[in-house]
Design a protein around this ligand. Structure first.
Ligand code: FES
Length: 165
């Protein structure tokens, strides 16, 4: 991984945006990566914009994933704010991770994990990218870890919820 990309990922995870569970979300999607076993959940809240369109007001995430997945989710949740469902669904993992720069091949699935969670929240599970497998919803990611849907060797990281506005 080049140093510029490493620095952008480092900067993103030093101050991740939109991290944590969202109360009163309109939709939620969770996926697990078939490639690495990591998991990511995304919550989405909609609003009506000035033109009467239903758009994404905000999105938040939690993950048991690598630094790249956290960094991509952080920038992606900012990118999709204000977009319609169709506009957000038209974005690929590469689009969602674009602010970080091009990811190396071994990290592309990390962006696909974010894309998969977004698609799971916005569209039927049959629309998931190949690298992501749909994980049945549970109350929390911890529930899923304890249910055996995540590998035992993954470090459990407690992510603090976002402060209410
Ligand atoms: Fe699993 Fe990055 S290595 S999401």
């Amino acid at each position: 991984m080049n140093t510029d990309l490493q620095q952008r990922i480092h900067d993103a995870i030093a101050n991740p945006k939109n991290l944590g569970e969202m109360e009163n979300a309109d939709s939620v999607g969770t996926v697990g990566s078939a490639e690495c076993g990591d998991m990511l959940r995304m919550w989405v809240k909609f609003k009506q914009d000035d033109q009467g369109r239903k758009v994404i007001d905000r999105a938040t995430f939690q993950t048991f994933g690598c630094e790249t997945a956290i960094a991509v989710a952080s920038v992606a949740t900012e990118l999709i704010a204000g977009k319609t469902v169709d506009e957000a669904l038209s974005m690929s993992g590469a689009d969602l991770s674009a602010p970080l720069g091009a990811l190396p091949p071994m990290k592309i699935h990390c962006a696909q994990l974010v894309e998969g969670a977004l698609r799971s929240a916005l569209a039927p599970p049959t629309d998931l990218p190949a690298a992501a497998a749909h994980v049945p919803q549970a109350t929390t990611l911890f529930d899923q870890l304890h249910s055996g849907n995540a590998p035992a060797n993954k470090v459990k990281v407690v992510l603090k919820p976002i402060a209410k506005a």
